[in-house]
Design a protein around this ligand. Structure first.
Ligand code: NAD
Length: 467
């Protein structure tokens, strides 16, 4: 049996959230467990701050660029804290800090454009874009800073203010980020609130909120959407995924194996658009399974603070329990763990990188989002069957196709039902691209100019050409 105390969700002690280090299971700090009724005053202040913040786009650009510099300068404080509470290797935490700064810079320079309406009538009409007001943001624990910045950078650049709630598992780096941003942003433009439910539910339904933007699981996304009906605030939902990768007959297995492995296992597989199911041609099946198993067995798993670690622990106890459960179900249904398949016998929420072969296609590890360091590999005989299987899911976040003939691979990628498809890559995104899931994976569009306009409402002015 693995060592370490039994898994538990974040607890509270005296109005505080206890924060655990997933590499040790030990509480190392705490954050305020704020009460939902505190939101009235907080949202009120966000509304008051909005008046000044929306008025001066040039001042906003200056402030957001200064914010980016401040984030970058605080990397040596932010990154270790992020690793401590979330578990990911330190280099990935630094990368997350860098992406947070990059996103601030990108949106700082991106203003909405006034657009003329030309329809032949003798009127001059134009669309000006206006900010909405205080925005509520709720984010998960897998990329706390990056996902927070994906919310506040476009919202603030558009002239809104924001109240943002991180996951109770990972409140600390986000709170530190807020204290870093104090030097650059006016008071109450961005407020971080921390606490257990129903804090998020209350935030999503608060009457002073004009837009709710959420990233997290599908069930919570539905709850958030329901909560927002109270104020009729529009919602943007970035939800879960169960991305498939399809290997084509002409794929060079050894050439892509490293990239494919990390597309599934980076951040312990706790990436919304990680490869979560892999379809390989039957002829190549054993070779693919072996190549991935070899990488899984040689991946260095350890505390994210140890510079040698390539994979940290699973981030929290409920997540570890989910990974263990789905893996156990698959093994009970006849799957083979060619690598891993179990917790590691040491303190902390460590799970061995796992490659599952011979998995029944209807096993939950294939059909659900397991969100952990586990990859089921499934053989296919007909490519049409593989495409059908890839699309046979309620999720629709991302997908990828891997092969040597890039045109053919792109044509197959074009048949995937998802928001982003890659050829010979997975999960690489650009700040300038729209980011959206189809089916249950999301509502609305984030990223790029679309993310900015999602935080604005059109204001149309008509006037006659002549008096
Ligand atoms: P979660 O849905 O459990 O929690 C997300 C956030 O919602 C947390 O801050 C949580 O405290 C809060 N919350 C919980 N109940 C709430 C309620 N009733 N009302 C309002 N807020 C509530 O998700 P998680 O386990 O933290 O994160 C993992 C999920 O996030 C996965 O499904 C993953 O795919 C998804 N995700 C999606 C994207 C994307 O861009 N599409 C990115 C990252 C993660």
């Amino acid at each position: 049996m693995p060592a370490g105390p039994p898994p538990r969700a974040p607890g509270t002690s005296g109005g505080c959230l206890a924060v655990l280090d997933p590499a040790t299971c030990e509480t190392f700090d705490e954050a305020p467990d704020q009460r939902p009724d505190e939101l009235d005053a907080i949202v009120g202040r966000a509304h008051a701050a909005w008046r000044g913040w929306r008025a001066d786009p040039a001042a906003r650009t200056t402030a957001l660029l200064a914010a980016a510099d401040a984030v970058e300068a605080a990397g040596a404080d932010l990154a270790p804290l992020l690793t401590r509470e979330q578990g990911k290797p330190l280099a990935e935490s630094y990368a997350e800090v860098a992406r947070t700064a990059a996103r601030l810079r990108y949106f700082a320079e991106l203003g909405p454009e006034t657009q003329p309406i030309t329809d032949g009538r003798p009127v001059r009409s134009e669309i000006r874009w206006r900010p909405l007001g205080p925005v509520a943001a709720i984010v998960p624990w897998n990329f706390p800073l990056q996902l927070a910045s994906a919310k506040f950078a476009p919202a603030l650049a558009a002239g809104n203010t924001m109240v943002l709630k991180p996951s109770p598992f990972t409140p600390l780096a986000t709170r530190l980020l807020a204290s870093v941003l104090v030097s650059a942003l006016p008071p109450d433009v961005l407020t971080i609130v921390t606490g257990r439910e129903p804090l998020g539910a209350r935030l999503a339904s608060h009457p002073g909120i004009r837009h709710v933007t959420f990233t997290g699981s599908v069930p919570t996304g539905r709850a958030v959407a329901r909560a927002a009906t109270a104020s009729l605030a529009p919602v943007t939902l970035e939800l879960g995924g169960n991305d498939a990768a399809i290997l084509l007959e002409d794929v060079e297995v050894e050439r892509i194996a490293d990239r494919l492995f990390w597309a599934a296992f980076r951040n312990c597989g706790q990436v919304c658009m990680a490869v979560k199911r892999l379809y390989a041609p039957a002829r190549l099946y054993s070779q693919v399974v072996e190549a991935l198993a070899q990488r899984a067995k040689s991946a260095v798993v350890g505390s994210g603070l140890d510079p040698g670690s390539q994979l940290g622990p699973v981030s929290n106890a409920p997540q570890l329990a989910r990974v263990e459960h789905y893996t156990a179900l698959a093994l009970a249904d006849g799957a083979r763990a060619v690598a891993g398949g179990h917790r590691l016998d040491r303190p902390g929420y460590f799970f061995a990188p796992t490659i599952l072969a011979d998995v029944p296609p209807d096993s939950p590890v294939v059909t659900q989002e397991q969100f952990g360091p586990v990859l089921p590999v499934l053989p296919y005989v007909s490519l049409d069957g593989a495409i059908e299987a890839a699309n046979d899911t309620g999720f629709g976040l991302g997908g990828s196709v891997w092969g040597t003939d890039l045109d053919r691979a792109e044509a197959v990628a074009g048949q995937l039902e998802c928001g982003t498809a890659w050829v010979n890559h997975h999960a690489e995104t650009s700040l300038a691209q729209p980011f959206a899931g189809v089916k249950d994976s999301g509502v609305g569009v984030a990223g790029g100019p679309w993310g900015l306009y999602g935080n604005l409402s059109p204001f149309v002015v008509h006037r006659p050409v002549e008096v």
